[in-house]
Ligand binder design. Structure first.
Ligand code: FE2
Length: 321
């Protein structure tokens, strides 16, 4: 039985100054505080019925894990069987609203959690009088930078039933990036070639393009334009309108909207050539070097950080500033 993964569900970030992070995520971007404990904020966007980003005060910035919602407890059991069969470590943990959180490490070193049940909270989607900041709407995807895009993509597709939406390939047939999904959107998980594994970014869906412009205006108004790293613009891959911003610890957040559906059983993945500049930005805008080189460290299963590895694929794709 292939465990039924429903969707990407949350991330836990280690941050070094919780009040500074609160100002960024809550006061400026407009995420909502669902819970607050000593040393942690549990945040959600306006459509989220559960918390989707936990900020945890820690001595060093990094990512504790990324988490997926599974169908049922039987799927969690099937996942433990898969992990046992592959000799991958796992343990039970708990989180606020999520008493049964299966924490494991995928074969490529990414810290992953999975759960089937969570306390639900009334959404804020139509509580328009409570929307603040840029009006982030819902969790959309995570992007992991890895030296083994093809291997990681293959594992998630073969063992967890992910489906391929789009991919970037060079003239030798080597895969440089892949966008894979479970919920019928373009992706729950993107994989980008680079030194890793590290978290490249964590993305929220936005209600419209204007809300992304507003996020930029808010950061500029707060005298924080240096937190806008790339864009706004339109991706070739996914067709989404986007901006990438960096939080006070350097964690990269993408604000994202207007991609498309991939639910048809005969959907055919879209191939992009590595040397096609339209895949990054349909308008041809160049990408800063930091976007290719920087990412957040991931927590190792036994503690400490996963040591990033450089891959065989070297060089930075075209159209870099
Ligand atoms: Fe993204």
């Amino acid at each position: 039985m292939i465990p039924n993964t429903i969707r990407i569900a949350h991330a836990v970030f280690h941050v070094t100054d919780l009040e500074r992070s609160r100002q960024f995520y809550v006061d400026l971007l407009g995420l909502n505080v669902l819970h607050e404990t000593d040393g942690a904020l549990y945040l959600r966007a306006n459509e989220d019925r559960e918390w989707t980003l936990k900020l945890e005060l820690a001595p060093e910035a990094g990512v504790k894990h990324v988490a997926y919602r599974m169908g049922t407890d039987d799927d969690l059991t099937a996942l433990t069987a898969l992990l046992d069969a592959q000799g991958l470590p796992w343990r039970w943990e708990s989180e606020l609203d999520r008493p049964r959180l299966l924490r494991f490490q995928d074969p490529f070193g990414v810290p992953v959690a999975a759960y089937a049940e969570s306390v639900k909270h009334p959404w804020l989607l139509q509580e328009y009088h409570r929307h603040r900041g840029a009006g982030l709407q819902r969790i959309d995807h995570v992007n992991v930078m890895t030296p083994d895009v093809a291997g990681t993509m293959g594992w998630y597709m073969q063992h967890l039933g992910f489906r391929l939406s789009e991919y970037t390939e060079d003239e030798h047939g080597r895969i440089w990036a892949a966008w894979i999904q479970r919920r019928g959107s373009v992706h729950d998980l993107a994989l980008t070639n680079g030194s890793g594994p590290r978290l490249h970014h964590f993305a929220y869906w936005m209600p419209d393009m204007q809300s992304i412009i507003r996020a930029c205006d808010i950061l500029a108004g707060a005298r924080l334009p240096e937190h806008i790293e790339r864009g706004p613009g339109r991706h070739g891959v996914s067709n989404a309108f986007f901006v990438y911003i960096r939080d006070p610890d350097g964690h990269r957040i993408e604000l994202y909207t207007n991609d498309y559906l991939t639910v048809d059983p005969d959907f055919e993945p879209i191939r992009w050539s590595l040397d096609d500049p339209r895949r990054q930005t349909l308008w041809g805008a160049r990408t800063p070097r930091s976007w290719f080189e920087e990412g957040s460290l991931l927590e190792a299963y036994a503690g400490g950080w996963v040591t990033p590895q450089a891959g065989d694929l070297v060089g930075i794709p075209v159209n870099v500033i």
